[in-house]
Design a protein around this ligand. Structure first.
Ligand SMILES: [Zn+2]
Length: 449
């Protein structure tokens, strides 16, 4: 029996409004207030939620709905922290949770307190169903709402993985990073994020000989650094086609007529990828995105050298934001960069988060495809590779297969593009859509059928 969706719409809206009114801007975070709010709602319905502080004020919530244990747990993973907002640029204040024009407004409305509210609602719905006499799910359902995702997750998901792995150990997880409607040509698609690039930030240090600027020489650290930075910034690294991108391109190719279909089909051959991407009739931003999905990237962002105009410094430094595809590690990424380093320039990794890829074919992916087929029969379902990073990088260390799927229709309002922007908001319709689709996914994936 399906829940009363009219009542659910109002209830999940209230949860989201309440969450948006708790200021969890990170830094400093203060996610404890959000964790305690969630714990209160869950306790009132007979759950035993756990709130753990990784540092003062940095609260993490974990709660479990016991299943029959026939199959391994399913984890619903979310974060409660948000990025800063500039209140004077908003139509409705960012921590108001205002309900206006069919939207719920606030920082975190799409990243990702919406999903925190949806997961909370789902936990309650499945518990109520069980309490009313329905058989338990085959899998434990674990809900986690953690701190610190926006700053790397080291005090949130990363901390839980390290200190309380048994609380969140699961075979599969549903995470942010996918589920959004996109249009290619005439067709609509929903993404399922199966892969995520890893973080590979590094520092370049150029060393040379100091001297007086009036007598130039060929061992100037500034010149060595500048040349290396220019090489790294201007030359795309080699192409690699991951299983996710291969499936994505070929599936889109099957749906597209004529030339576009041919370009996409040919784009899975690394020697043709770059030319084909540039030949696609897409706005530049999409071409850049497809380029980033098919290679490791290294983007210089910080430069530091010299302090006096007439002195050649002996050292110059740059920081580079690197992102690696699934399958790469320090050594294999370094091997691609090494030929670009000028004499006297050293590369040192500063921050590393592993890339990940879950199977493009799996029971959870198949379930998502089937459920979306019922809700959105005209839309396709495509695997997706995220060029950014989420908390999945922590959770996969427990062997969990993570899929990014927080369903959202494109209502022409910016949708997920509003994440981290002014006037972040989600429509009540989309909040309900997400709840309904995920309810069916969990029911079909973990229910007794
Ligand atoms: Zn997020």
């Amino acid at each position: 029996m399906q829940p009363n969706w009219d009542a659910v719409r109002d209830e999940v809206t209230r949860y989201l409004q309440a969450l948006l009114r708790i200021d969890t801007t990170n830094p400093p975070g203060n996610e404890l207030a959000a964790a305690e709010y969630l714990a209160g709602v869950l306790q009132a319905e007979g759950f035993d939620p756990i709130v753990l502080e990784s540092a003062p004020g940095r609260g993490n919530l974990v709660v479990r709905l016991k299943g029959s244990g026939e199959e391994a747990p399913l984890l619903l993973m979310s974060h409660t922290d948000v990025v800063p907002a500039e209140p004077d640029k908003w139509q409705h204040p960012p921590f108001s949770g205002a309900l206006a024009d069919g939207y719920i407004w606030g920082r975190g409305a799409v990243d990702m307190k919406d999903t925190v509210a949806v997961f909370l609602m789902l936990m309650l719905l499945f518990k109520r169903r069980q309490d009313a006499g329905a058989p338990p799910l085959k899998r434990d359902l674990i809900f986690m709402a953690t701190a610190d995702e926006e700053r790397g997750g080291h005090l949130g998901a990363g901390w839980l993985v390290k200190h309380h792995p048994d609380l969140i150990r699961a075979e599969y997880a549903i995470n942010e990073g996918g589920g959004h409607e996109m249009r290619f040509g005439e067709r609509r698609y929903f993404t399922v994020q199966t892969a995520e690039k890893g973080l590979a930030r590094f520092r370049l240090t150029a060393r040379g000989e100091p001297g007086h600027a009036s007598i130039p020489h060929d061992k100037n650290a500034v010149v060595r650094l500048a040349e290396t930075v220019a090489r790294i910034g201007c030359s795309p690294l080699p192409t690699h086609i991951t299983p996710t991108v291969r499936t994505l391109f070929l599936q889109l190719a099957d749906d597209m007529e004529g030339e576009v279909g041919e370009f996409l089909r040919k784009a899975v051959e690394p020697e043709h990828t770059e030319t084909c991407i540039h030949a696609l009739p897409l706005p530049p931003i999409y071409r850049h995105l497809l380029m980033a999905m098919t290679r490791n990237t290294a983007t210089p962002t910080v430069l530091q050298a010299g302090s006096k105009i007439n002195v050649i410094p002996s050292e110059a430094m740059a920081r580079v934001d690197g992102r690696v595809l699934p399958g790469f590690d320090h050594d294999t990424f370094y091997a691609e960069l090494e030929p670009l380093l000028c004499e006297g320039v050293e590369l040192e990794f500063e921050d590393w988060g592993p890339p990940l890829e879950s199977p493009v074919e799996s029971p959870l992916f198949d379930t998502i495809r089937a459920v979306l087929g019922d809700h959105e029969p005209d839309a396709g379902v495509i695997p997706w590779l995220l060029t950014g990073a989420t908390d999945a990088k922590h959770v996969v260390q427990l062997g969990t297969k993570v899929y990014g799927f927080t369903p959202m229709r494109d209502e022409g309002d910016g949708g997920l593009m509003l994440a981290h922007q002014h006037n972040e908001r989600i429509s009540v319709n989309n909040l309900l859509f997400s709840t309904q689709v995920l309810y069916d996914v969990i029911d079909r994936f973990a229910g007794q059928g």
